[in-house]
Ligand binder design. Structure first.
Ligand code: PGA
Length: 251
């Protein structure tokens, strides 16, 4: 049975004091929820105090990105080695904002996944189509290309978590219809099974894109949706906790 996972992607939000406060409230309000995994991904600057604030709780430490080299002359980058040393357990890789604004390619994504896995950090790999691609009927092709790029020459593939995030749904308030999202999740399972011989029944596939307390239940009850990568709504304790409790009730 796949465990639900709800991950909060705080993006470039929260100063350290704000981040500590939010983390403490999440811990307080999710006490005793053991049936699902709860992950938070604060900005790099807040990782240390936030990891400290969640250390004796059921909230797991995540990060939003990492570089694939361990150390060296890569100004501004943070390596998986550093994240591991801080206790990071999950890392978002290939978010569409990184692909778009920071020109991350499928090759970069592939290398980052490989490195994260080598440190025992679970990568949450994002895939998804733009509105234009969707309107041209290219969703399946785009998702397939990104999945294939991510999985080339990986070992430990079943440890990877995927997040289907239609780009037109991110931060826009528009969400994919639950049944439509489920179809893509199902497609992802088919690709990893037929192209990579993976056990598609164990790999977790999250949905992301304007998930909020009012649509969480319909999305999370889909058979192939195993949780969510939450952006905007994860910055608000009440909304994030509601999404978590809704998912825990379904688990
Ligand atoms: P959103 O972001 O929930 O604000 O749409 C999701 C994401 O980017 O992971």
């Amino acid at each position: 049975m796949r465990r639900y996972l709800i991950a909060g992607n705080w993006k470039m939000n929260k100063t350290n004091n704000e981040a500590i406060d939010l983390a403490r409230r999440i811990v307080l309000n999710t006490k005793g929820i053991e049936k699902i995994d709860i992950v938070i991904c604060p900005p790099f600057t807040a990782l240390a105090p936030v990891y400290d604030a969640i250390k004796d709780s059921n909230v797991r430490p995540g990060a939003q990105n990492m570089y694939y080299e361990d150390e060296g002359a890569y100004t501004g980058e943070i390596s998986g080695k550093f994240l591991k040393a801080m206790g990071c357990e999950f890392v978002i890789i290939g978010h569409s904002e990184r692909r778009k604004y920071f020109s991350e390619s499928d090759t970069d994504v592939n290398k980052k996944i490989k490195k994260a896995l080598s440190f025992g950090i679970t990568p949450i790999v994002c895939v998804g189509e733009t509105l234009e691609e969707r309107e041209k009927g290219k969703t399946a092709d785009v998702v397939k290309k990104e999945i294939i790029g991510a999985l080339q020459e990986q070992t430990d593939k079943e440890k990877i978590i995927f997040a289907y995030e239609p780009i037109w749904a991110i931060g826009t308030g528009k969400t994919a219809q639950p049944e439509d999202a489920n179809k893509i999740h199902n497609l992802i399972r088919n690709i990893i099974k037929t192209d990579f011989g993976m056990d598609e029944t164990v790999v977790r596939v999250l949905y992301g894109g304007s998930v909020n307390p009012s649509n969480a239940e319909a999305l999370m009850s889909q058979p192939d949706i195993d949780g969510s990568l939450v952006g905007g709504a994860s910055l608000d304790v009440k909304s994030f906790v509601e999404i978590i409790t809704t998912s825990a009730n379904l688990a």
